[in-house]
Design a protein around this ligand. Sequence first.
Ligand SMILES: CC(C)(COP(=O)(O)OP(=O)(O)OC[C@H]1O[C@@H](n2cnc3c(N)ncnc32)[C@H](O)[C@@H]1OP(=O)(O)O)[C@@H](O)C(=O)NCCC(=O)NCCS
Length: 175
Amino acid sequence: MLQLVPPSATYQDSFLAAVREAQATGSGLADTLGWDLAGITANFEQLLAHLRRYEPGNVLPEGFVHSEYRWLVDGQEYLGRVSIRYSLNRRLRESGGHIGYEIRPSARRRGYGTLILRLALERARELDLGPVLVTCDVDNFGSRGVIEANGGVLEGEFSVPEFHDKPIRRYWIGR
Ligand SMILES: CC(C)(COP(=O)(O)OP(=O)(O)OC[C@H]1O[C@@H](n2cnc3c(N)ncnc32)[C@H](O)[C@@H]1OP(=O)(O)O)[C@@H](O)C(=O)NCCC(=O)NCCS
């Protein structure tokens, strides 16, 4: 069954295989590419705690907002991940948005990007986040497709050199 779940050791092997894939292809969100695979394999619980560090109940570093990670899984298989931020600070309003996602390289172009954003938007409604901002690089055609398939309404294209090195598109959903 395809569903969004909190990060969990149930999916450890599949998740680690996905990180390996991302690192081998150089394609994924920046943080994963820098991860020390041997280290996280040896201490997966520590990684899970790290992924939960911005959830409500934790003390946030100055300027941070509450957020949660969810993983898209099919049975035992990890397919991708999404970060849902509960509010916007200046950086997120300018460039990052409420929701960021990635699909593991071997599972792309099969509709999972569109699905992960759809499920994240359902979660955003549950959390009562109000209108949701989703952004992508102007040249990220996969992500543009994902956002537009989910009803994203383009606010415009922007250069935000303070926060991001490439021009971005900002879309709103539910505004
Ligand atoms: C962007 C990303 C999430 C798309 O995931 P995906 O599972 O391939 O997306 P989908 O299969 O749902 O495709 C959505 C639409 O975009 C199109 N698309 C997907 N990848 C594409 C690409 N590389 N180039 C052009 N179009 C693309 C699909 O054809 C589809 O359009 P269609 O329904 O008209 O056919 C995935 O490529 C990824 O994880 N990239 C790296 C991380 C990233 O960029 N995250 C987004 C940050 S804003």
